[in-house]
Design a protein around this ligand. Sequence first.
Ligand SMILES: Cc1cc2nc3c(=O)[nH]c(=O)nc-3n(C[C@H](O)[C@H](O)[C@H](O)COP(=O)(O)OP(=O)(O)OC[C@H]3O[C@@H](n4cnc5c(N)ncnc54)[C@H](O)[C@@H]3O)c2cc1C
Length: 415
Amino acid sequence: MRRYSAFAIAREALRFHTGWERAWAAPEPKADYDVVIVGAGGHGLATAYYLGKNYGITNVAIVEKGWLGGGNTGRNTTIIRSNYLQDPSAAIYEKARSLYETMSQDLNYNVMFSPRGVMMLAQTEHEIRGYQRTAHANALQGVATEFISPARVKELCPIIELSGPRYPVLGALWQPRGGTARHDAVAWGYARACSDMGMHILQKTEVSAVLQSGGQVTGVTTSKGDIKCKKLAIVVAGNSGVLAEMAGFRLPMESAALQALVSEPIKPCMDVVVMANTVHGYMSQSDKGEMVIGGGADGFNNYTQRGSFHHVEETVRALIETFPIISRLKMLRQWGGIVDMTGDRSPIISKTPLGNCFIDGGWGTGGFKSIPGSGWAMAELVAKGEPGALAAPFGLDRFKEGRFIDESVAAGVAH
Ligand SMILES: Cc1cc2nc3c(=O)[nH]c(=O)nc-3n(C[C@H](O)[C@H](O)[C@H](O)COP(=O)(O)OP(=O)(O)OC[C@H]3O[C@@H](n4cnc5c(N)ncnc54)[C@H](O)[C@@H]3O)c2cc1C
């Protein structure tokens, strides 16, 4: 595949852009593959990419019922950070964040990683203590964060109102190298690289059954027929429970819609990401000028994948005290994605009761930031059959053993 470069743009400009190749192929399914990955979201595609890049396994199909990146990967608010509390989380999220730093070069695809800085506001005394604790934990884990004063918050984000009557800003946990990336581009960049390695991305191909014999996986039934495989990776976010049922096991996971919205575009007024966990809202400004606003998850399990008016109202109402300027903004669009939440708000990267069937899910409201780290760890698990250091703590067995990785505070607001 031809490399993208400034030279290529100039060349194509001169011949009216007639020479661009398709970014990825649209092959017909083969009868069998070494590895079948269900789900062409960021995590599935990253798993495929690192299987090829790190382990030379390229006889791989990524099977997607819709279009690639059309699940949560294309629906999130793109916040990237690694300021989690527990060591296993800091390790995998920081691995992911560090891979984001060089992803555009690695994939030869501009994913628009923007390490503009992420702050999580402390708006209660309890949050001050919580975030100071996280800052200390991060210092020990080698993750660069600091607890900053209200004056510094105002300096970094002038549109914030510090002295709200209910929830004044008392400080913030600040991660200067956190930020955002273009979510579609992450999926597209991985897809292009996977296709270039000869992997098959099978869009509009729904998996409806997991085939097995003698306790081992043998393939999947899809809307385009049966496909055999030696190993199966289930990477379907909010549909994890559905796929697990097809494979014959249950997951400690619940699915619900998580919603977000964007405003009309306005002039640049905010060049950091701000999360206000107490009031349940977070905001950043996109390159187009829209204010990207995230809210909470629905309070009941569902698979709706769409937004609802009461969330718009609740989220905007919550944020107005801290960001009075948004009170006069028109909201342009709202949407939802199905997130997969575990009890300890940490993911599952694990072997399953079915032989050679692996699962990567449970990233809930916060798995965009972890895409490269998760793919890296899942590829190792699938290639070797055993988890490496990054994935080992996130096994399914932790729910039997009570070895929870509690990140309910770090995941607090929706991611
Ligand atoms: C509104 C919203 C805001 C968010 N904000 C953030 C944020 O700011 N930062 C952050 O880090 N995270 C955020 N997240 C979470 C993040 O988007 C997800 O954790 C992440 O994208 C999950 O990626 P994935 O590849 O696992 O899943 P997905 O991208 O959902 O991919 C799974 C794919 O599997 C496919 N699939 C399902 N069933 C089948 C089947 N039977 N056969 C074939 N294919 C199937 C689906 O079609 C889908 O494309 C947010 C999520 C939402 C919804």
